[in-house]
Design a protein around this ligand. Sequence first.
Ligand code: AMP
Length: 462
Amino acid sequence: MKNFSDLGLCAELVRAVTEKGYDTPSAIQAEAIPAVLERRDVIAAAQTGTGKTAGFTLPMIQILSDMDGDKPRRMRPVRALILTPTRELAAQVQDNIRTYGVHTRLKSAVVFGGVKINPQIRQLRDGVDILVATPGRLLDLCQQKACRLDEVHMLVLDEADRMLDMGFINDIRKVIKLLPKRRQNLLFSATFSKEIRSMTRELLVNPITVEVSPENTTAETVKQRAYRCDAGAKAALSIELIKGGNWDQVLVFTRTKHGANRLSKKLDQSGIQSSAIHGDKSQGARTRALQGFKDGKIRVLVATDIAARGLDIAQLPHVINYEIPNIPEDYVHRIGRTGRAGKEGEAVSLVCNEERPFFSAIEKLISQRIKLSDLEGFEPELWPNRAPTASEVQKAAAQRKAAAQKARGPRRPQASNNKKRDNRGSDNAAGKSSNQSGGQSGGKSSGASGNRRRRPFRRKSR
Ligand code: AMP
């Protein structure tokens, strides 16, 4: 088996990965690192949790260290750009770069929406070699002339499929227009849809395809189980699983932000300490919740799909799919939070009658049957022999929504339609994720200012 220096990595990087505790390169690293070092465009289909971040960051650090490394930092322009769909993933990728680049002189920075822009502007002014960004905030910074991308030699699209799901395609196109035509492009994605394939044709030149596992598959280290139940019994069933199994670190996925808040409240009421993380939470609250969960201070993190992509929670043992995603690829990402880096993990799905077509679509995507069982006391009352079709479910959901809207009365007209970009990051907003929760990125970009809802006047407490 190859080691890191056999892949052509320099001594500083081999030392950094050894200090990090990696003995051997993972399969994706063994294939991607030499290809990137050869300066080829690369399409990498890697399951999440396989070490793909090091697959592109290690060779990137090496290439950039060999380039302009002697110039003072302020005179070194951004030469590598990594775009990610969510703030959390961006922060995590930069963490990795800092760890792997510890013995080099390279400077990295991360920029995303939802936090103040000025510190990011100052950091960019001081000189940055590798920039990790979510697309919305990056465009804001470029518009404000705080960031130049005309000397970017390497572009990485991380979790490219998610960026498309979240409606970032136009922003990505705008960013690409700011880059030099000749550059190296790397595209990493766990799932490959038709849209992704057409984007790769548009962007990449004569790429090498690196595929360490079949597309759209789940890691073998994740044990998958599913329970039939009624929709209204899911909270009690989750509590039973967590308490009964003595689970101490559980990531639970809900479909909506409200659903996440509601479930978190119910868990707290039952004595299970939890936090919710989704696009309506401030960036500070999101970071605190995630950190508390990683540190073991919070037992259950209830998340919308914002947390499904890319996040690396060391040795996470349990994932609950509280609601079944209607985009089957989301299932792969959700359960990929567990069973990472060769560790065992378990993913439990709670399936109610209406979710049966989504569950079948997942089984089709991953080419696996997941046995549906019953947990005593939670057997579903509603489970007719014939499963509803996806269109029947959608029709019923639309009818429920219309009835709820009617009950609420007419909506107040929106001030303008200029909120699109602001909102895109929030759950339920983006593109094809229709009734699913999206993650967030460019978020409250200053470029779309002027339409923020005014906060009611609040007296300062003393
Ligand atoms: P990623 O898929 O990049 O999010 O990485 C998943 C996890 O695998 C992270 O916790 C990495 O620190 C870890 N990892 C990456 N490469 C290796 C390696 N070669 N050996 C052991 N662990 C690794």
